[in-house]
Design a protein around this ligand. Sequence first.
Ligand code: NI
Length: 396
Amino acid sequence: MNNLETRARELNEAIAEVRRELHAHPELEHDLPFTEGVVVRELGRLGLDEVKSGQGRGHGVYATLKGGKPGKTIALRADMDALPIQEETGLPFASTNGAMHACGHDAHVAMLLGAARLLAEARDELAGTVRFIFQPSEEADSGAASMIESGALENPNVDEIIGLHTGNLWSGLRPGQIGWRAGPMMASTNAFKILIKGKGGHGAIPHLSVDPIVIAAEAIVRLQTLVSREVSPFDPAVLTIGSIAGGKAGNVIAGSCEMLGMTRAFDPKLAEFLRERLRATVENTASSMRGHGTVDFIGYLPPVVNDPACARKMRDVLEGVFGKDWVQELAFPSTGAEDFAFYLEKVPGAFFFHCSTFDDPERNYPHHNSKFDVNESVLWTGAAAMTAYALKGLAS
Ligand code: NI
């Protein structure tokens, strides 16, 4: 066992304690005063060169550690926000405020604070500068963009950025392992809102109305054929309608119907194709049935595309420092999305999956489930992986 592994294992309980503190106090979107306070308190103990709170739209934090030797600048990023979910884990530190860390971002913050501590302790051998980024609002919107606007990638200019997501994202990984991939890692998303306008009336005389619910039903079926009939089976894409709302009574034909959904793809050209075909299908279906359909695109995330050199460097560093068992190449990307993509549009870098499942499958729940939990005993491997990348990867 090398020094980094020994020290990271020693810190596991301290990392888990911070995770529990954050888990008990989840906060949403950009409104993260408690979380910001914990991050500032913990970073304040490390003797860093700079800790800037109040960033992003008010509660983001970034901090800087200059190593004892010259070298490149690398950013390590964690997201801090929770979800509007009523927690049902029964954990002694479960949230009681109606929000929940059901995606493991509490663990992300705790692991990055652990990495900051490990790197501060090793600063004499650190060749270069490390920027720690604690960002708001990954789940909602504009968290990464708000940190970039606040200068999180500047002074000094960041050369590479690394991030990870813990939990249950890849079924083939074992607890504590890091999953890596060169190229596409997570999908782009286009969120959309569809409004179908008809003509309301009495349910007994449908011919004198234009029923937006029947139009919506027809549109949903036709939209499902975009992926199955118009996209190559070798180009991954997803189109999901997740919400439909229209009408209030069984004997009334509604005036309008609204749907919310999302498309996902890895190729930006395919994402654009789906946008165009979605719009045309909704408009044409509605007009052919005497109604009117519109599509509003209400949020776009680019795909997370890992720089191959950065992704392979993480593999090489972890294999070299900890052994081959620590890392696993992922056979294909995830159709989930991450606003880490915005950083990767500015600087090269890579995003990884950190497995924190339990050996007992009964304890594993999907992300965003009210019983989701992470295996605290392996949090040290996430902190150690980021630390090792910064220590070994900056020199090369
Ligand atoms: Ni997440």
